[in-house]
Design a protein. Structure first.
Length: 206
């Protein structure tokens, strides 16, 4: 994805669930195989832009209203994202998946990309051949679809740098919370999630 494509994606409202060819098949072939996702897409935030969606999530983390994590960068000519939610909050998860599905329109190359959804209380990636993955979304330029099987070796290897950035921000936030003067009565506040090492400045632009 070019820089121009990345910024165009940030400004493009999220599509409806029809952007994903088979949303009901989200879990087919993976750890939650047999679970249907037919009704889980009704609450996604259609029409909100990625800039609005992700900047709001980062603001919530900075204000202490949320402990979720969000790394979103344009790095080495690619969209790089690593999101962390406490619990399977369908509205947030599905809205993000639709946005990543729509990112295919702005891809520079025709080859399909891979978006992963998994459950891991530590926030870390599973190994590529692990059986703990929940869903895999394959994103092309004109269509995205959930796939029941995929060799994840290259995808997981490619995500290792952003996984490392995720743990960097968690470590910094932990240190800040430990040093916070909780006896002051002031709510915890931080600007660490807004650091350009963790979020592209274009995401936070008005």
């Amino acid at each position: 994805m070019s820089r121009e494509g990345f910024e165009a994606w940030l400004s493009t409202p999220a599509p409806g669930s029809s952007r994903i060819a088979n949303p009901a098949d989200m879990f087919d072939g993976w750890f939650w195989n047999g679970s249907r996702a037919d009704l889980k897409w009704d609450g996604s935030d259609e029409a909100i832009t990625p800039r609005e969606f992700f900047s709001a999530a980062i603001d919530d983390t900075c204000s202490g209203e949320s402990s979720d994590g969000c790394i979103l960068l344009h790095r080495d000519g690619a969209l790089e994202a690593y999101l962390y939610h406490f619990g399977y909050r369908e509205r947030s998860v599905h809205t993000a998946l639709l946005m990543f599905a729509a990112a295919g329109e702005f891809k520079s190359e025709g080859a399909e990309e891979t978006v992963l959804f998994w459950a891991e209380t530590g926030g870390n990636l599973w190994d590529a051949d692990d059986d703990g993955w929940l869903a895999v979304l394959s994103v092309g330029k004109s269509e995205a679809r959930f796939v029941p099987e995929r060799d994840l070796t290259d995808t997981v290897a490619g995500l290792r740098p952003v996984e490392s950035r995720f743990f960097d921000v968690i470590e910094r936030l932990g240190e800040e919370e430990e040093s916070w003067d909780w006896e002051s009565g002031r709510d915890f506040h931080t600007n660490t999630p807004r650091d350009p090492a963790f979020v592209d400045p274009a995401v936070l632009a008005e």
